[in-house]
Ligand binder design. Structure first.
Ligand code: KG4
Ligand code: ZN
Length: 349
């Protein structure tokens, strides 16, 4: 089966060809027009997707050596994301499917991230697992069952983990997106240089017990970095930039690892899978690896190319949905959505 996947939910325009479960092409164009603004400007993102979508899809088809007439299914992200950006890929995909007389599959972007560690492997692991999906827009802890349904057990109550990297990085003058820069700087810094807050965790400095709380909060970290910066002069900050980066990363990663492991133990699963842009973080990969080894848990990590937004995960999710009979009968008019809607099952709370 030849599946064309399309992804335009944020600032990556991407198209991919999945042929019988194997990724034949995955073309990703990352927009460079947002750097000066310290974040993605929604209208600029939509216009850039519109400018690129035809050529990106053509390149993906060419690289896979597949003609449009050979496509069996067209899939695109239907949300969540920036609504104008989502609409470009969604409408393009629906239009192409309709013109070719092929089925169209609308895909939930977060669900596609959840299953991204298994792209190209043909299957999810045997047994239930805990998924930590961490990107610029989402921070979600879910228990994923063998039938690929899932329950959301925790989520951020304010900023996403990627936002925590990007916004603290912006304060430090590291540009956008700051996540990869903080990651790089952290390798030369001392994570114990300053202890930034770890909200809603057992190690946070409050008397409340957060043992069974799987939600996240990163807004206090932002305030803490702001306050720390206000108290130190620029030369000192510049001199210790790697140390601050390592300390910020340690605070974010510490919370992500602590909650993922606690959820795996609490819900008695044998594996943890991480996904989303932040799963590219080398500190998170290492710390989660150590923690999983200690607890005898298996760890699944997506290929670096599939951590950040990409269309291979959209085509793969469409294939999973088809295999589970979860495809709407006539999806040519699937509505775009901005917020996360758990499609696989109900949220636990
Ligand atoms: O999944 P993604 O490409 O887009 C969204 O759906 O949001 O994730 C982008 C996010 C950004 O916040 C970026 O700073 C972060 O992932 N990111 C990283 C790293 N690479 C990307 N954060 C920390 N370390 C990295 N190596
Ligand atoms: Zn994403």
């Amino acid at each position: 089966m030849n599946i064309l996947g399309i992804e335009t939910s944020c600032d990556e325009t991407s198209a991919a060809l999945l042929v019988d479960g194997a990724v034949r092409s995955n073309v990703v164009s990352s927009q460079r027009c947002h750097g000066d603004f310290g974040g993605v400007v929604p209208e600029l993102a939509s216009r850039e997707h519109e400018r690129l979508i035809v050529s990106i899809v053509d390149t993906a088809l060419k690289e896979a050596n597949i003609q449009k007439s050979e496509l069996d299914v067209i899939a695109a992200t239907a949300g969540p994301g920036l609504i104008g950006a989502v609409m470009v890929g969604l409408c393009f995909g629906e239009g192409l499917a309709w013109a070719l007389g092929r089925p169209f599959v609308p895909v939930n972007h977060v669900e596609a991230h959840i299953f991204s560690p298994f792209i190209g492997t043909g299957a999810a692991p045997e047994g239930d697992f805990v998924s930590l999906t961490v990107s610029g827009g989402h921070t979600l802890l879910s228990v994923v069952h063998q039938d690929l349904s899932y329950e959301v057990v925790g989520r951020t109550i304010d900023d996403a983990a990627g936002e925590a990297f990007d916004k603290t990085g912006k304060m430090l003058g590291l540009g956008y997106p700051a996540g990869p820069v903080i990651d790089r700087l952290s390798r030369e810094g001392d994570p114990a240089f300053h202890r930034f807050p770890r909200a809603l965790t057992a190690s946070s400095r409050t008397s409340r017990s957060y043992r069974d709380n799987f939600d996240f909060s990163f807004s206090g970290l932002k305030t803490s970095v702001r306050t720390w910066l206000d108290r130190h002069d620029r030369a000192y900050v510049e001199h210790h930039m790697a140390d601050i980066a390592a300390s910020v990363q340690d605070a974010i990663v510490g919370v992500l690892v602590e909650k993922s492991i606690a959820a795996a133990l609490r819900f008695r699963v044998g594996a943890v899978a991480i996904a989303g842009g932040v799963s590219a973080n080398s500190g998170l990969r290492a710390a989660m690896g150590d923690a999983c080894r200690k607890q005898g848990l298996e760890l699944f990590i997506p290929d670096a190319a599939y951590s950040t937004d990409n269309a291979a995960m959209i085509a793969t999710m469409a294939a999973l949905m088809i295999s589970r009979g979860r495809v709407p009968a006539n999806a040519y008019d699937a509505p775009p959505f901005a917020r996360f809607i758990p499609a696989g099952s109900a949220a636990l709370k």
